[in-house]
Design a protein around this ligand. Structure first.
Ligand code: GLC
Length: 551
């Protein structure tokens, strides 16, 4: 692997997120798969990223796009086979790309053998204790055991029924009903996931991304929410099912497993917590290596807010010795080209603003500046597939094609996440834009979600070689970052800059200047511009533009 990779490669890595269903379709059925990824590995290596994180590729009924896992050791036939995944890992390694697999420990699928046994074996059985089954409240058990709400909308409990339709116990699901929560109090659950980790590490996975990492342990009493402390997106502190102190012992055990490999494996947490201090607890030296920085992702495009979030991020990571991460988009949030074009550029999970007006040209301009900022900051960075093409959120999908349970569980009030999951445009002038290989004797199926016609100007093919394109900006920035010893892990210094301008120095010779002021400004750092997200105008850095400068 690459030279500075051996000491905690995750401290500096740029990690590319692959949403397998939408990346590339190798068998022509309209759904992305591992064959499609394997055919495009060279594209990823040439893009200049260091690692690939795969959203779940496991056997799954796909009630929540694979986050409902029926078998943690098998690949879903829609995507391919375990043998193909193993070959993919070998091929990626040969190209210098690390592999991160998604582990989903909070819940399984309702089709997982454990859950089917739990239903079959009935109340009080050992099989039921692997999940959270409880009798209902009310005279006939007709009310859910407590007041918890599903993160996807509606109650977090579903009632079971016997073979003859007689209603029985309820089971807990913090997400969709097809995703029963596992009971982490039960040692079998813990042992099972330790084994799943080893299963993928033994197959060469270089790390895991841990889904919903703060949710695993629950209040054993399953108490109602305290009305004096109702859960809100901005309310920190502990909830009966989130960020409980006893979750940390799980990650200490996992860390010991990851560290037991001669080439230690990375533990990366999905930790959505508004309290930065509690977030940092997950990154203590014997727990996770890194976690996604959603505060940066949700930050408004404003100089003061950006600077504050960067400072806070660095301040909470420093005492635990963990590298920060910089994330602009993922498969759960509206794409940032769209967010940055809105009047309000901030984002949080409760405030998705789906369908709010957006200026895509402005959003694109800011997205170009934002990636230069993200890649200049210390630590590791993420690229969500398609952001390197400047894709926008597809907000006008017909309801009939939507698949996200969030859309259905809120009766359409929340449009959900399908709009950031539309298949990638690779080439050509018409749908499927090279997404699907043409199956023999078949002109190719429709992609599983329709692609906007306008994406003909955003294909990899069109952008390649166009120096003004988003793709070439990413390629140039990634190549520079990899070659520069100043970038990646380390510290920063803020340089003097006018209001509305962020100027940060890395090492003695590198500076990144981001103009968020709304007016053109003189470059505050003297030196040679090596990369710029837009054209300088008479030597000035235009609004919503970033430059990398060698001082
Ligand atoms: C995480 C995933 C999201 C999924 C949820 C339930 O937040 O990123 O896509 O729906 O967990 O597994």
């Amino acid at each position: 692997m690459r030279s500075h990779d051996s000491v905690g490669w995750w401290r500096s890595a740029v990690i590319y997120q692959i949403y397998p269903r939408s990346f590339a379709d190798g068998n022509g059925d309209g759904i992305g798969d591992l064959a499609g990824v394997r055919a495009r590995l060279k594209y990823l290596a040439e893009l200049g990223v260091d690692a690939l994180w795969f959203n779940p590729w496991y056997a799954s009924p796909q009630a929540d796009a694979g986050y409902d896992v029926a078998d943690y050791r098998a690949i879903d036939p829609v995507f391919g086979t375990l043998a193909e995944a193993e070959e993919l890992i070998v091929e990626a390694h040969a190209l210098g790309l690390r592999i991160i697999v998604d582990v989903v420990p909070n819940h399984s699928s309702d089709q997982h053998v454990w859950f089917r046994q739990a239903l079959a074996q009935g109340p009080g059985s050992a099989a039921r204790d692997l999940f959270w089954f409880r009798p209902g409240r009310g005279a006939h058990g007709e009310l859910p055991p407590n007041d918890w709400q599903s993160i996807f909308g509606g109650p977090a409990w579903t009632r079971t029924a016997g073979p003859d339709g007689t209603p029985g116990e309820w089971y807990l699901h913090l997400f969709a009903a097809e995703q029963p929560d596992l009971n982490w109090e039960n040692p079998r659950v813990r042992a099972e996931f330790e084994d799943v980790l080893r299963f993928w590490f033994d197959r060469g996975a270089d790390g895991v991304r841990i889904d919903s990492a703060a949710l695993l342990t629950k209040d054993r009493a399953l108490a109602d929410f305290d009305p004096a402390d109702p859960p809100t997106a901005d309310s920190p502190g502990q909830h009966p099912y989130s960020d409980r102190d006893d979750v940390h012992e799980i990650y200490r055990t996992w860390r010991a497993i990851a560290d037991s490999y001669p080439d230690p494996r990375a533990l990366i947490g999905e930790v959505w917590l508004p309290d930065a201090q509690r977030f940092a607890n997950y990154l203590r030296p014997d727990e996770l290596h890194t976690a996604f920085n959603f505060a940066f992702l949700g930050c408004a495009w404003q100089a003061g807010a950006l600077r504050a979030v960067i400072d806070e991020t660095l301040a909470v990571h420093a005492p635990v010795g963990a590298p920060a991460t910089w994330v602009l988009s993922n498969h759960d949030v509206p794409r940032h080209v769209t967010r940055y074009g809105r009047a309000d550029t901030s984002f949080n999970l409760e405030y998705r603003q789906l369908g709010a007006p957006t200026d895509l040209a402005l959003g694109t301009r800011r997205a170009r500046a934002a990636i230069l900022l993200a890649l200049a900051l210390p630590g590791s960075a993420y690229v969500y597939q398609g952001e390197e093409l400047g894709l926008e959120e597809v907000e006008d999908l017909p309801d009939a094609v939507r698949q996200d349970p969030m859309f259905f569980r809120t009766a359409g009030a929340n449009l959900g996440r399908d709009g950031c999951r539309v298949p990638i445009p690779w080439s050509g002038r018409t749908q499927p834009f090279g997404f699907s290989a043409e199956a023999a004797g078949d002109s190719g199926a429709e992609p599983w979600l329709p692609q906007p016609e306008a994406w003909k100007t955003l294909t990899v093919e069109t952008q390649t070689g166009d120096p003004g394109s988003m793709l070439e900006l990413y390629r140039a920035a990634l190549a520079f970052r990899r070659a520069s010893s100043a970038l990646g892990d380390g510290g920063i210094e803020w340089l003097p800059a006018p209001d509305g301008v962020l100027a940060l120095g890395r090492g003695s010779s590198f500076a990144c200047v981001v103009n968020v002021s709304g007016e053109p400004v003189a470059l505050p750092a003297e030196g040679t511009v090596v990369l710029c997200s837009g054209e300088l105008e008479s030597g000035l850095l235009p609004a919503d533009t970033a430059a990398w400068v060698l001082r």
